[in-house]
Structures are given as structure tokens and as C-alpha cells.
Design a protein around this ligand. Sequence first.
Ligand SMILES: [Zn+2]
Length: 377
Amino acid sequence: MDLSLVLSDLRELVECESPSSDLAAVGRSADVVARIGSDRLGVAPAYVVVDGRTHLRWRLGTGPSRVLVLGHHDTVWPLGSLGTHPWSAENGVVRGPGCFDMKAGLAMAFHALADLDDRDGVTLLVTGDEEIGSPTSRALIEEEAREASVALVLEASADGGALKTARKGVSLYDVRVLGRAAHAGLEPELGVNATLELAHQALVVSALADPARGTTVTPTLMRAGTTTNTVPAEGSFAVDVRVRTPDEQERVDAALRSLRTVVPGASLEITGGPNRPPLEGVASAALFERARLLAQRLGQPEPMAAAVGGGSDGNFTAGVGTPTLDGLGAVGGGAHGADEHVLVDALPGRTALLVALVADLLADPTPALETTGAHRP
Ligand SMILES: [Zn+2]
């Protein structure tokens, strides 16, 4: 692996901004990703365009797909972010929008797969809407995951380079209240106050959390009403739900769908639902054990395992029953924030680990499940 080439590829990726919300930007970025990937792998990708959004798929070799390597090229950074957060690579630290989440992972994937002697049976999928919940790539990801024996996700690592062995499932809801407007000074008694109903519902909804089971239920964005002197006729709040198990995702879903109004005359509309299923530790245990042993063999410090609250496309691959290991990408920190950065020193070792892991899985793609649970999260 040529580190200077990895860095120049990463720079090109970072300097082509790709906010998920801008289809044209995502399209431009896909062209850059396709060109760099084609140069490194010697094969052009298939363009899979869904609702105007570009995803890229490389099939390597001629055999059936066995190992799915998964990443995304969209970021949360709006156009113009390079003006305030320009590319830099100084003192062993790379900065720039999306460098850590997860353009460094893409550069690593290209160079790792280029380094493999035999890569027959590897599919590399790079999607363009991960940061908004993968509405147009989910079916494609699930289809590829079902075909493959394992999925390796190049998302950024957790603290200190830890691999992500469990991710919470995510559900998103919108709780909408319909009431009736009236003059707040003259005849408020004729109104049905949507703000009051929302207040009651926010308390009921937040009580669905179960910290002992790791379930969080958080009312977030809220709005209601039109003017300061009108009884609000309408309002809504969003609910962010995170769960460790499918059972909890179902429990919260059922509870949200059976909410009852408190304010006489008000009505409720609940929309949304489960977005990503949980990636449970059992889906990653055997793969994590392999990665740990391979790191040992490479003379690297043993990777740690981390269970995290944030979802990724690894939730979808695990959701269809494919063993999945996530967080194999860059070491660094500050994802989605001003401090987003990648540690250059860690790039060669992480890329070498990826090469070893893919080679090992191609030789024996069936991860035997450890029953001791010694290294489970
Ligand atoms: Zn990401």
C-alpha cells in the first residue's frame, strides 16, 4: 500500500463535496469515486441510479459474491463546507468534510482490495444516501447482503480504533396533533389546544424509554401554532428511538401506535416507524474474533469492540441475517463536527487488517460462531 497515494485519493474524495441532500453533488462525487476506484481496481463499477441518486457497485472476479464490502460516499456536510473546513494533512492529522465519515474508509477499501492477490467473490458497494437513512439504497444493500456470506462495513471506527460490534436499531416517528384554532384572548374556550396535547404526549412518549434494556425514546424537534394570540390548531414533534433488540423496537412501535389523546376534541396522527434494525452482538461476534486473531498475527494491537448508539448500513446487512462487522474504516474522531479528523499513522495498519480479513474470509467465508462469548460486547 502506497500511503501517499491513499492520501492523494482521499484528498480528491474530500474535495468533491457530497451532501446527501444534493443529488447533483452526490452525482459528481459518484463520478470521482468511480474514477478512483476504477484506477485502483482495474475494473469499472456498475452505476445503480435510484430516484436520481447514484450508488456504485464493483463485482470483482467472476465467481458468486461471497464477501460484501460496504461504504458510502455521501456526507452530512453542506456545499461550501470546504471554505470553512478545507482539506489539510498536517502533523499526521487529515481534516476536511467527510474525511472520517467515511471517505478515508473508501480510500482504504480501494487500496486494500487492490492489494489482494485473489479477490474473486468480493463485491464493493458504495452508496449515496447513508446519512439520511438510505431510502434509495436499502433494497440494494439488503439484496447484496443476502447474496454474500459476510458484510464488512468501512464506517469510521469507534474511540481508539475500536470495531463496532453492535449498533442500536433506529426508529423515527412524527407525532402530529390536530386541534382547533380560536382567539387566545377573546374565546380560548372554543379552541382545542394542540400545544397542550403535544405536551401531554411528549411526556407519555418519553416514558416509553427503558434504560435497563438500552432503549432510548427521545422527543426532539417540536413545533405548534401560528401566532402568539391564537390557540394552536396543529402541531407535531419528532421522536428518535434507539433499541438494542428487535423486541424493544416492536414494543415501542406498538405503544406509539396506541397513543390516546388527553385534551378533549384533539386528534392524533402517528407516522414513521422502524428505520434500521439493531445490529446485535451475535451478528458480529465471530467476525470480530477473526479480526482480533488476524490483528495479532499482523503484530498489531488487538482491536477493541464497541457497542454504539448510532445506526449505519451495517444494521441492514445484519437485519437480513448476514454476519456483519462494522467500524473497519479510519481511526480518528469528530464525525459530523468541526473536529472531524483522520489519524494518518493508523491508515496502513487498518488497511493491512482489511486485506487480511477479506483474504481470510474468501478462504473460509463461514464465520463459526463462538459460543464462549468471551469477546462479545
Ligand atoms: Zn458514515
